[in-house]
Write a new protein. Sequence first.
Length: 318
Amino acid sequence: MISIIIPFYNVEGYVRNCLDSVLCQSYSDYEVVCVDDGSTDSTGSILDEYDGRGHIRVFHKTNGGLSDARNYGVSKSRGDFICFVDGDDYVSPYYLAILAAAQQGAHDRVSCAGLKRVAEGESGVIWPRVSESTVFDVKEAMKLVCYDAVPECAFAKLYPREVVLNNPYPLGRFFEDLAAIGGILSSVSEVAVADAPIYAYVQRGDSIAHSISNADKKVSDYLYALDRFSIAVEKMQLGNDDSLAYRRALVFMRMRPLLRSMGSEGCRLLKEQQGYMRHKLPCYLADEGIRPSAKARVFTAALWPFLHDRLLALYKAI
Protein backbone atom coordinates (compact mmCIF):
# COMPACT_ATOMS: atom_id res chain seq x y z
CA MET A 1 0.00 0.00 0.00
CA ILE A 2 1.03 3.60 -0.69
CA SER A 3 0.50 6.31 1.93
CA ILE A 4 0.01 9.84 0.60
CA ILE A 5 1.10 12.35 3.26
CA ILE A 6 -0.48 15.81 2.90
CA PRO A 7 0.39 18.61 5.36
CA PHE A 8 -2.06 21.53 5.47
CA TYR A 9 -1.62 24.97 7.01
CA ASN A 10 -3.99 27.86 6.29
CA VAL A 11 -4.80 26.83 2.71
CA GLU A 12 -8.60 26.89 2.95
CA GLY A 13 -8.97 27.94 -0.69
CA TYR A 14 -7.00 24.94 -1.96
CA VAL A 15 -8.02 22.02 0.28
CA ARG A 16 -10.96 20.72 -1.75
CA ASN A 17 -9.12 20.80 -5.07
CA CYS A 18 -6.18 18.95 -3.53
CA LEU A 19 -8.25 16.23 -1.86
CA ASP A 20 -10.63 15.78 -4.78
CA SER A 21 -7.60 15.08 -6.98
CA VAL A 22 -6.14 12.43 -4.66
CA LEU A 23 -9.53 10.75 -4.30
CA CYS A 24 -9.74 10.24 -8.08
CA GLN A 25 -6.69 7.98 -8.41
CA SER A 26 -6.72 5.12 -10.92
CA TYR A 27 -4.49 3.19 -8.48
CA SER A 28 -6.56 1.60 -5.72
CA ASP A 29 -4.22 0.39 -2.95
CA TYR A 30 -3.53 3.60 -1.03
CA GLU A 31 -4.44 5.76 1.93
CA VAL A 32 -4.39 9.53 2.40
CA VAL A 33 -2.96 10.89 5.67
CA CYS A 34 -3.98 14.54 6.09
CA VAL A 35 -2.19 16.56 8.76
CA ASP A 36 -3.71 19.88 9.83
CA ASP A 37 -0.68 21.70 11.23
CA GLY A 38 -2.57 24.02 13.58
CA SER A 39 -4.38 26.03 10.90
CA THR A 40 -6.11 29.22 12.07
CA ASP A 41 -8.50 29.51 9.10
CA SER A 42 -11.19 27.02 8.01
CA THR A 43 -8.68 24.45 6.70
CA GLY A 44 -9.25 22.11 9.66
CA SER A 45 -13.04 22.12 9.39
CA ILE A 46 -12.87 21.45 5.64
CA LEU A 47 -10.56 18.51 6.31
CA ASP A 48 -13.05 17.13 8.83
CA GLU A 49 -15.66 17.05 6.08
CA TYR A 50 -13.39 14.64 4.18
CA ASP A 51 -12.35 12.51 7.16
CA GLY A 52 -13.31 8.89 6.54
CA ARG A 53 -14.27 9.54 2.94
CA GLY A 54 -12.66 6.99 0.66
CA HIS A 55 -9.05 6.52 1.72
CA ILE A 56 -8.74 9.65 3.90
CA ARG A 57 -7.67 9.91 7.54
CA VAL A 58 -7.36 13.35 9.16
CA PHE A 59 -5.12 14.34 12.07
CA HIS A 60 -4.94 17.71 13.83
CA LYS A 61 -1.82 18.88 15.67
CA THR A 62 -0.32 22.06 17.06
CA ASN A 63 1.67 24.07 14.57
CA GLY A 64 5.21 22.80 14.11
CA GLY A 65 6.01 23.67 10.51
CA LEU A 66 6.09 21.73 7.26
CA SER A 67 8.84 19.28 8.24
CA ASP A 68 7.16 18.43 11.53
CA ALA A 69 3.82 17.86 9.79
CA ARG A 70 5.41 15.59 7.19
CA ASN A 71 7.28 13.58 9.81
CA TYR A 72 4.10 13.29 11.89
CA GLY A 73 2.15 12.08 8.87
CA VAL A 74 4.78 9.44 8.11
CA SER A 75 4.59 8.20 11.72
CA LYS A 76 0.82 7.71 11.28
CA SER A 77 1.11 6.00 7.90
CA ARG A 78 0.39 2.32 7.26
CA GLY A 79 1.79 1.88 3.76
CA ASP A 80 5.00 0.24 2.61
CA PHE A 81 5.69 3.25 0.40
CA ILE A 82 5.33 6.98 0.99
CA CYS A 83 4.62 9.91 -1.29
CA PHE A 84 3.97 13.55 -0.45
CA VAL A 85 1.57 16.16 -1.74
CA ASP A 86 1.49 19.77 -0.53
CA GLY A 87 -1.92 20.98 0.59
CA ASP A 88 -2.18 23.77 -1.99
CA ASP A 89 -1.23 21.53 -4.95
CA TYR A 90 -3.11 18.87 -6.89
CA VAL A 91 -2.27 15.73 -8.85
CA SER A 92 -3.18 13.76 -11.95
CA PRO A 93 -5.55 10.76 -11.63
CA TYR A 94 -2.50 8.69 -12.65
CA TYR A 95 -0.19 10.14 -10.00
CA LEU A 96 0.10 6.94 -7.96
CA ALA A 97 -0.17 4.55 -10.92
CA ILE A 98 2.81 6.10 -12.71
CA LEU A 99 4.96 6.32 -9.58
CA ALA A 100 4.09 2.73 -8.59
CA ALA A 101 4.91 1.44 -12.08
CA ALA A 102 8.30 3.15 -11.91
CA GLN A 103 8.94 1.83 -8.39
CA GLN A 104 8.12 -1.82 -9.25
CA GLY A 105 7.87 -2.63 -5.54
CA ALA A 106 11.62 -2.10 -5.02
CA HIS A 107 12.78 -1.10 -1.53
CA ASP A 108 16.16 0.18 -2.73
CA ARG A 109 14.70 2.67 -5.22
CA VAL A 110 13.12 6.13 -5.25
CA SER A 111 10.78 7.01 -8.11
CA CYS A 112 10.30 10.50 -9.46
CA ALA A 113 7.86 11.99 -11.97
CA GLY A 114 7.21 15.31 -13.66
CA LEU A 115 5.97 18.62 -12.25
CA LYS A 116 3.81 21.21 -13.90
CA ARG A 117 4.06 24.73 -12.50
CA VAL A 118 0.76 26.57 -12.12
CA ALA A 119 1.00 30.29 -11.30
CA GLU A 120 -1.57 33.01 -12.01
CA GLY A 121 -2.82 31.39 -15.18
CA GLU A 122 0.65 30.31 -16.30
CA SER A 123 1.26 26.61 -16.73
CA GLY A 124 4.29 24.69 -17.93
CA VAL A 125 6.30 21.54 -17.34
CA ILE A 126 9.47 22.32 -15.42
CA TRP A 127 10.82 18.93 -14.25
CA PRO A 128 12.26 16.42 -14.84
CA ARG A 129 14.64 17.63 -17.52
CA VAL A 130 15.31 14.20 -18.99
CA SER A 131 14.37 13.09 -22.48
CA GLU A 132 12.68 9.82 -21.53
CA SER A 133 11.74 7.62 -18.58
CA THR A 134 14.92 5.98 -17.24
CA VAL A 135 16.31 4.15 -14.21
CA PHE A 136 19.53 5.78 -13.01
CA ASP A 137 22.26 4.53 -10.74
CA VAL A 138 22.03 6.62 -7.57
CA LYS A 139 25.33 8.40 -8.28
CA GLU A 140 24.08 9.50 -11.67
CA ALA A 141 20.77 10.52 -10.10
CA MET A 142 22.60 12.65 -7.53
CA LYS A 143 24.38 14.43 -10.39
CA LEU A 144 21.00 15.10 -11.99
CA VAL A 145 19.81 16.70 -8.74
CA CYS A 146 22.96 18.83 -8.70
CA TYR A 147 22.26 19.92 -12.27
CA ASP A 148 18.61 20.68 -11.40
CA ALA A 149 17.51 18.11 -13.98
CA VAL A 150 15.73 16.17 -11.24
CA PRO A 151 14.22 18.32 -8.46
CA GLU A 152 15.01 17.97 -4.77
CA CYS A 153 11.37 18.54 -3.80
CA ALA A 154 9.65 15.94 -1.60
CA PHE A 155 6.53 15.69 -3.73
CA ALA A 156 6.19 13.88 -7.09
CA LYS A 157 8.32 11.06 -5.68
CA LEU A 158 7.68 7.63 -4.19
CA TYR A 159 9.88 6.34 -1.35
CA PRO A 160 10.18 3.13 0.66
CA ARG A 161 8.71 3.99 4.06
CA GLU A 162 11.83 2.96 5.97
CA VAL A 163 13.95 5.37 3.92
CA VAL A 164 11.77 8.34 4.93
CA LEU A 165 11.63 7.20 8.57
CA ASN A 166 15.44 7.04 8.66
CA ASN A 167 15.82 10.46 7.01
CA PRO A 168 13.30 12.78 8.68
CA TYR A 169 12.88 16.32 7.46
CA PRO A 170 14.78 18.88 9.60
CA LEU A 171 12.50 20.71 12.00
CA GLY A 172 11.99 24.45 12.02
CA ARG A 173 13.86 25.19 8.80
CA PHE A 174 13.11 26.51 5.35
CA PHE A 175 14.43 24.63 2.28
CA GLU A 176 13.96 21.31 4.03
CA ASP A 177 13.75 19.41 0.75
CA LEU A 178 17.33 20.25 -0.24
CA ALA A 179 18.50 19.39 3.29
CA ALA A 180 16.87 15.95 3.17
CA ILE A 181 17.32 14.73 -0.40
CA GLY A 182 21.01 13.84 -0.05
CA GLY A 183 20.40 11.48 2.86
CA ILE A 184 17.36 9.97 1.15
CA LEU A 185 19.21 9.17 -2.06
CA SER A 186 22.19 7.85 -0.10
CA SER A 187 19.83 5.22 1.35
CA VAL A 188 18.90 3.65 -2.01
CA SER A 189 20.80 2.27 -4.99
CA GLU A 190 18.80 3.68 -7.91
CA VAL A 191 16.27 6.29 -8.97
CA ALA A 192 13.56 5.74 -11.56
CA VAL A 193 12.52 8.90 -13.43
CA ALA A 194 9.22 9.03 -15.31
CA ASP A 195 8.94 12.01 -17.66
CA ALA A 196 5.13 12.28 -17.29
CA PRO A 197 3.96 15.60 -15.71
CA ILE A 198 1.58 14.26 -13.05
CA TYR A 199 1.94 16.86 -10.28
CA ALA A 200 0.60 20.44 -10.38
CA TYR A 201 2.88 22.69 -8.31
CA VAL A 202 0.83 25.77 -7.44
CA GLN A 203 2.98 28.87 -6.88
CA ARG A 204 1.12 31.31 -4.65
CA GLY A 205 2.00 34.98 -4.42
CA ASP A 206 1.58 34.86 -0.63
CA SER A 207 3.88 31.88 -0.15
CA ILE A 208 6.21 32.49 2.82
CA ALA A 209 9.10 30.60 1.21
CA HIS A 210 9.05 32.85 -1.87
CA SER A 211 9.03 36.17 0.01
CA ILE A 212 12.08 38.07 1.31
CA SER A 213 10.67 38.37 4.83
CA ASN A 214 12.81 36.83 7.59
CA ALA A 215 15.77 36.93 5.20
CA ASP A 216 18.46 36.22 7.81
CA LYS A 217 16.87 32.92 8.84
CA LYS A 218 16.13 31.90 5.26
CA VAL A 219 19.73 32.47 4.20
CA SER A 220 20.98 30.58 7.27
CA ASP A 221 18.62 27.69 6.49
CA TYR A 222 19.55 27.70 2.80
CA LEU A 223 23.25 27.44 3.70
CA TYR A 224 22.46 24.69 6.21
CA ALA A 225 20.53 22.76 3.56
CA LEU A 226 23.32 23.21 1.03
CA ASP A 227 25.87 22.00 3.58
CA ARG A 228 23.85 18.84 4.36
CA PHE A 229 23.36 18.15 0.67
CA SER A 230 27.06 18.75 -0.07
CA ILE A 231 28.13 16.32 2.66
CA ALA A 232 25.93 13.61 1.16
CA VAL A 233 27.28 14.26 -2.35
CA GLU A 234 30.89 14.21 -1.20
CA LYS A 235 30.36 10.96 0.72
CA MET A 236 28.98 9.41 -2.44
CA GLN A 237 32.33 10.13 -4.17
CA LEU A 238 31.09 11.12 -7.60
CA GLY A 239 34.66 11.45 -8.82
CA ASN A 240 36.20 14.32 -10.77
CA ASP A 241 32.93 16.16 -11.21
CA ASP A 242 31.80 19.78 -10.96
CA SER A 243 28.07 19.11 -10.63
CA LEU A 244 28.12 20.11 -6.94
CA ALA A 245 29.82 23.39 -7.86
CA TYR A 246 26.89 24.16 -10.16
CA ARG A 247 24.37 23.32 -7.42
CA ARG A 248 26.18 25.79 -5.16
CA ALA A 249 25.98 28.43 -7.88
CA LEU A 250 22.28 27.72 -8.31
CA VAL A 251 21.68 28.19 -4.59
CA PHE A 252 23.65 31.43 -4.63
CA MET A 253 21.60 32.77 -7.54
CA ARG A 254 18.36 31.90 -5.79
CA MET A 255 19.57 33.54 -2.57
CA ARG A 256 20.44 36.87 -4.21
CA PRO A 257 17.11 38.63 -3.43
CA LEU A 258 17.41 37.55 0.20
CA LEU A 259 21.04 38.62 0.48
CA ARG A 260 20.34 42.04 -1.02
CA SER A 261 17.82 42.71 1.77
CA MET A 262 20.24 41.85 4.60
CA GLY A 263 22.50 44.89 4.79
CA SER A 264 26.24 44.55 5.42
CA GLU A 265 26.22 40.80 6.11
CA GLY A 266 24.27 40.23 2.92
CA CYS A 267 26.79 42.32 0.97
CA ARG A 268 29.64 40.27 2.41
CA LEU A 269 28.00 37.01 1.38
CA LEU A 270 27.18 38.40 -2.06
CA LYS A 271 30.83 39.27 -2.65
CA GLU A 272 31.92 35.87 -1.38
CA GLN A 273 29.58 33.93 -3.65
CA GLN A 274 30.41 36.23 -6.56
CA GLY A 275 34.10 35.37 -6.22
CA TYR A 276 33.28 31.65 -6.03
CA MET A 277 31.15 31.76 -9.18
CA ARG A 278 33.77 33.68 -11.15
CA HIS A 279 36.44 31.23 -10.06
CA LYS A 280 34.30 28.29 -11.18
CA LEU A 281 33.01 29.91 -14.39
CA PRO A 282 35.34 27.97 -16.77
CA CYS A 283 34.10 24.72 -15.16
CA TYR A 284 30.47 25.70 -15.65
CA LEU A 285 30.98 26.60 -19.29
CA ALA A 286 32.84 23.36 -20.04
CA ASP A 287 30.39 21.11 -18.16
CA GLU A 288 28.22 19.15 -20.61
CA GLY A 289 25.72 18.39 -17.86
CA ILE A 290 24.61 22.03 -17.63
CA ARG A 291 21.96 23.12 -20.13
CA PRO A 292 22.94 25.99 -22.51
CA SER A 293 20.29 28.30 -21.05
CA ALA A 294 21.58 27.57 -17.54
CA LYS A 295 25.15 28.32 -18.67
CA ALA A 296 23.96 31.68 -20.00
CA ARG A 297 22.33 32.46 -16.68
CA VAL A 298 25.31 31.51 -14.53
CA PHE A 299 27.65 33.39 -16.93
CA THR A 300 25.56 36.55 -16.56
CA ALA A 301 25.22 36.14 -12.79
CA ALA A 302 28.96 35.64 -12.35
CA LEU A 303 30.09 38.62 -14.42
CA TRP A 304 27.15 41.03 -14.41
CA PRO A 305 25.04 40.21 -11.34
CA PHE A 306 22.86 43.31 -11.52
CA LEU A 307 22.03 42.58 -15.16
CA HIS A 308 21.14 39.04 -14.11
CA ASP A 309 18.81 40.36 -11.42
CA ARG A 310 17.15 42.81 -13.82
CA LEU A 311 16.60 40.17 -16.49
CA LEU A 312 15.21 37.76 -13.90
CA ALA A 313 12.78 40.41 -12.64
CA LEU A 314 11.64 41.13 -16.19
CA TYR A 315 11.14 37.42 -16.86
CA LYS A 316 9.00 37.02 -13.73
CA ALA A 317 6.95 40.09 -14.68
CA ILE A 318 6.04 38.75 -18.14
